[in-house]
Design a protein around this ligand. Structure first.
Ligand code: FAD
Length: 488
């Protein structure tokens, strides 16, 4: 058995866990993060690295006027009544100083912005080299402060003595040797549960009749939720799962559960099993395209692509990359070998392959093509802008079957504003903290039913800091997280 003793024990070294570690070390505490994967980083390291941040120098450079009030307004309208307005306000006001400038102080560079559905101004802000760039700097900052990351160690239990948490237990994932940790406080930052289809379907049983796919980081299996539930912590809004649509089953996955996200085929159209389009494909977000796909019977569609459209297609999975380049031969292999992708030299043939009504399908494509012949900027049926698109005219044609992909959890462990885990009486469990996607990104349900994007990674890292600060304070170090609000 390997034994550890620390002030703050952190379960999971992703975005929230590493931020918690930095904060705990800055408060003068000893912090150790236990990570079940061979490397730290979690979903944060494979993420797009986009954070919703308000009032940034990048916005000012572009002449964008943004305020916490405006962002809060957008947030509540988009997320709906179940968005946690206290946590949303807390995050938004702290995002400039306690995320943007704080990350910069650890070497992170914020490089550009992208418009996202639901935002009245651009505020999705990307770190250089995406999530990997952000996490590389944060991991280095944690280690520079004396923080330790013990990888290849899966935590399986939170230890408790009466009403107080006293440490954690786990196993070495390589040799099965037990690991026992005594800690003054414990921070749960195990991420979401969208790579555990059983938990997804437990939270959303109505989806059980059709295929939905696992789509988060490999470590996002909900183990923290289970451990917290076991010792009486309260889970909330577990049915708030954020789905995306541009994903096809990973035919190489032996469990047949994972999905592959494909991007950079902007000309494609989606047709349902009746052969009809049903949505403006340029609006591909979780609050527009996902409900549209979910409303189809059966609940899937076909992304139709012609040969030039697939030229830049990317698959968001390490197998399909060579360093920072797309492995084109692997993308071709997917297009040729996946049973979920059909190919034909004619549109008639493609209709037969995907077993849709041929006449309806051909009419759908020819109405779409007619918009190009007429020189329109926007096609009339669903108002898709055509600037980045082309007509379907170059065989072979492909149909990629798409199903809803569970990507992000907007519900989870309930905490207060100090990230203390609450029990069913909404009273804190002594010594236990949680942050990040395990808490639906922060507090339990900060986003509500829909996120403005960048509202996952940003709140995860921020709430990690909050948890680390207060966990250190309870362990006898520092004053707790204070930060700096952006209040004019
Ligand atoms: C492909 C992809 C792209 C994304 N892009 C964006 C984006 O651009 N913007 C945005 O806002 N959000 C994005 N997200 C979501 C965002 O990355 C996550 O919400 C965020 O990383 C959550 O941080 P976290 O620390 O809570 O979890 P994670 O970063 O997933 O870290 C959790 C860690 O805990 C470990 N762990 C789990 N259980 C245990 C255990 N029992 N013992 C030890 N370790 C354990 C996991 O292995 C993992 O390393 C994206 C997600 C994905 C999958």
């Amino acid at each position: 058995m390997t034994k550890y003793q620390t002030d703050v024990a952190i379960i999971g070294a992703g975005g929230a866990g590493v931020a918690a570690g930095i904060e705990a070390c800055d408060a003068g505490a000893m912090a150790i993060a236990f990570e079940k994967a061979p490397e730290p980083g979690g979903a944060a390291a494979i993420s797009g690295g986009g954070c919703m941040i308000v009032g940034t120098p990048l916005q000012k450079e572009k002449g964008i006027e943004d305020t916490p009030d405006l962002a809060f307004d957008d947030w509540m309208k988009w997320g709906g009544p179940s968005a946690d307005e206290v946590w949303a306000r807390y995050y938004i006001e702290h995002s400039l100083h306690d995320l943007y400038h704080w990350a910069e102080s650890h070497g992170v560079k914020w490089v550009d912005m992208k418009p996202q559905e639901g935002n009245s101004v651009m505020r999705w802000t990307r770190s250089q080299n995406n999530g990997l760039g952000l996490m590389t700097h944060l991991i280095a900052a944690f280690q520079k402060r004396g923080g330790e990351i013990v990888s290849g160690t899966e935590i399986t239990e939170i230890k408790r003595d009466g009403n107080r948490v006293t440490g954690i237990k786990g196993v070495n994932t390589e040799n099965g040797a037990p690991v026992d940790v005594d800690a003054k406080t414990v921070v749960v930052t195990t991420g979401g549960f969208n790579s555990n289809l059983d938990m997804v379907l437990e939270a959303r049983p109505e989806l059980g009749n059709d295929r939905v796919m696992e789509g988060s980081g490999l470590g996002s299996t909900g183990s923290g939720h289970k451990m917290v539930r076991q010792i009486g912590g309260y889970l909330t809004h577990m049915d708030h799962i954020w789905f995306y649509v541009y994903a096809t089953p990973d035919y190489r996955d032996p469990s047949q559960r994972r999905g592959l996200v494909f991007r950079q085929a902007p000309g494609y159209i989606w047709v349902n099993q009746q052969g009809n389009r049903f949505h403006n494909e340029a609006r591909s977000g979780g609050n527009s395209a996902s409900p549209a796909l979910m409303a189809q019977t059966p609940r899937h569609a076909w992304a139709i692509v012609d040969t030039p459209m697939k030229a830049n297609m990317e698959i968001a999975d390490p197998y399909y990359r060579e360093g920072d380049k797309v492995a084109r031969d692997k993308v071709e292999e997917l297009l040729e070998k996946s049973p979920f992708i059909k190919k034909s030299d004619t549109l008639e043939g493609l209709a037969k392959e995907i077993q849709v009504d041929e006449k309806t399908f051909l009419e759908t494509v020819s109405r779409y093509n007619a918009a190009f012949d007429a020189g329109l900027e926007v096609e009339p049926e669903f108002s898709k802008p055509l600037k980045q698109s082309k007509k379907f005219d170059t065989p072979p044609y492909y149909a990629i079957q798409i199903f809803p992909l569970a990507r992000k959890n907007f519900g989870g462990i309930k905490t207060d504003l100090h990230c203390r885990v609450l029990d069913k009486h909404f009273e804190p469990i002594q010594g236990l903290y949680a942050a990040g996607e395990a808490c639906g990104m922060a507090g339990g349900h900060i986003n509500g039913r829909a996120g403005l994007e960048g509202t996952m990674l940003g709140p995860s890292v921020f709430s990690g800091r909050v948890a680390g600060g207060w966990a250190a304070q309870e362990a006898g170090h520092g004053e707790g997280f204070v930060g700096k609000a952006n209040r004019a």
